[in-house]
Structure formats: structure tokens, C-alpha cells
Design a protein around this ligand. Structure first.
Ligand code: NAD
Length: 220
């Protein structure tokens, strides 16, 4: 769904890991100890060799004819994704999208803990949003330095995004999750993941067109 500045990482494999993790956690909760790639592939409608390759990037290997130890696989994937602990994050731009992200509790399952928001709107600063304080933007450097927060989420209008990114980088933020539709310029030491909803929507709508086209052809 997003695009990334990362070049060496096998991004399609990384994007599939959360799907496996969700499924493996369900198996784990049901007390299942061992699972094979074939079983996972069948249940998740993916190719078995792909599953094996995807797991390999986490460093875990299965036992031939036995499969994978489920709890070990869950741990390996969580460790690889950095979801085995919890990382704090700041949101900049507490509008429609920013406030929704601040209120979404599901991120904690993925090791992301949004601790505060920042905005320039005097009506929003000093007010809690979903129980988290919204600070004035100018306090960002001081807050990053105090808290050592490494992740910044950008949900400001496109025209303000680069300036916010510059402020984040200057403050010590090392990873930016960018929801604004703009290509950010940051130093190589900072990771940016663009949350490109239009790319995902393009896939949805083109597939709808394809399906509708097929229906038309079947009717003709
Ligand atoms: P919004 O107008 O509701 O909220 C933007 C917020 O950013 C406001 O609270 C505003 O005061 C604040 N802001 C403006 N300039 C700022 C700055 N320099 N520093 C700090 N805060 C600043 O907008 P939205 O709908 O939440 O969208 C936010 C961003 O996310 C936009 O770039 C938009 O294109 C993108 N986006 C939104 C959606 C969505 O569903 N709403 C979906 C995809 C992408």
C-alpha cells in the first residue's frame, strides 16, 4: 500500500508478514504447536514456496516434514518487524486523519504507541485528543529530545508536509510515516514510508473495472 525509500529489503515479503502473524497468533491461541508452509499457504490462499521464502527473511527455518514451531515463528516475525516491544510515536497534524490515528487502539498490537499530537491550530493545542495531549508544533524538538521518540507520523496538508518533515528530522525523529501526498526529502539516515492510499485505491478500482468487464463479456 505504501512505498518506501528502502532498497535492499524484500518489501513484498515484509508486507505479507503481518497477515501470517495474525493467522499464526490465532493458531497459537488455539494451542497449535507446529504448522507447515503447505497448511498456511492453503488457509491464506498463497503459494507454499512463497510462504517459505517470506519466513526465511526473519531468519527462521522449518524442520523438513515437520514444519515450524508456531510460538517460535510468532516470536521471529515480531522480532523481525520490531513488534516485540513497543515504540512510541508522535502525530503531527491532528485533523480528520491524525485524530483518527490517535484514537486507533489497534496499533499497540503492532508495537506502535502514539503518545501525543502536535498542531498549529490554537483551538486544538492544549486539548486532549483520545486521551493524548495535543502540543503546539514548536514544542516538537524539545519533546523529541526529552522522550527520545523516534517515529513521527505526518498528517498535515500536503503543502506543510516537507516543512514538518524537516522539523522532525532536525529534532531527532528517525522514521517518518507519511500520510501526506507528497514525496519528502530527508537524509539517508531517516526512513520514510509513504502511506499512499491513492495507490491502493487504484488497485481496487482497476480490479473492479476488470471484474465488471468480465461480467459484461459473460453477458454478451
Ligand atoms: P485536516 O485538514 O483535517 O487536518 C490537517 C491538520 O493539520 C489540521 O489540524 C491543521 O491544523 C494541521 N496543520 C496544518 N498545518 C500544520 C503544520 N504546519 N504543522 C502542524 N499541524 C498543521 O486534513 P486530513 O483530512 O486529516 O488530512 C491530513 C493529510 O493526510 C493530508 O495531507 C491529506 O491529503 C492526507 N490524507 C488524508 C486522508 C483522509 O482520509 N482524511 C486520506 C489520505 C491522506
Amino acid at each position: 500500500m505504501g512505498s518506501s525509500s528502502s532498497k535492499a529489503m524484500p518489501l513484498p515479503s515484509i508486507r505479507r508478514l503481518p497477515m501470517y502473524l495474525r493467522f499464526l497468533k490465532q493458531l497459537n491461541n488455539r494451542g497449535r504447536q507446529v504448522v507447515s508452509c503447505t497448511y498456511i499457504a492453503r488457509e491464506l490462499s498463497v503459494v507454499s514456496t512463497q510462504v517459505r521464502k517470506d519466513f526465511a527473511i526473519t531468519g527462521i527455518v522449518g524442520k523438513p516434514k515437520v514444519g515450524y514451531d508456531v510460538p517460535a515463528l510468532v516470536s521471529a516475525i515480531e522480532k523481525f518487524l520490531g513488534w516485540n516491544g513497543s515504540r512510541d510515536a508522535f502525530v503531527v497534524g491532528v485533523g480528520g486523519l491524525g485524530s483518527a490515528l490517535m484514537g486507533y487502539e489497534g496499533f499497540t498490537e503492532y508495537g506502535l504507541n502514539i503518545v501525543a499530537g502536535f498542531d498549529i491550530d490554537p483551538a486544538k493545542v492544549g486539548q486532549p485528543m483520545h486521551g493524548k495531549m495535543v502540543h503546539p508544533l514548536e514544542r516538537l524538538p524539545e519533546m523529541v529530545s526529552h522522550t527520545k521518540v523516534l517515529i513521527g507520523i505526518i498528517t498535515v496538508p500536503a503543502k506543510a508536509a516537507q516543512e514538518v518533515a524537516r522539523l522532525m528530522v532536525g529534532s531527532g525523529i528517525r522514521a517518518i510515516w507519511n500520510y501526506a501526498p507528497v514525496a519528502l526529502e530527508v537524509p539517508d539516515s531517516v526512513v520514510v514510508e509513504n502511506m499512499n492510499l491513492s495507490a491502493s485505491l487504484a488497485v481496487l478500482s482497476s480490479r473492479l473495472e476488470e471484474v465488471l468487464g468480465r461480467h459484461h463479456r459473460q453477458r454478451d
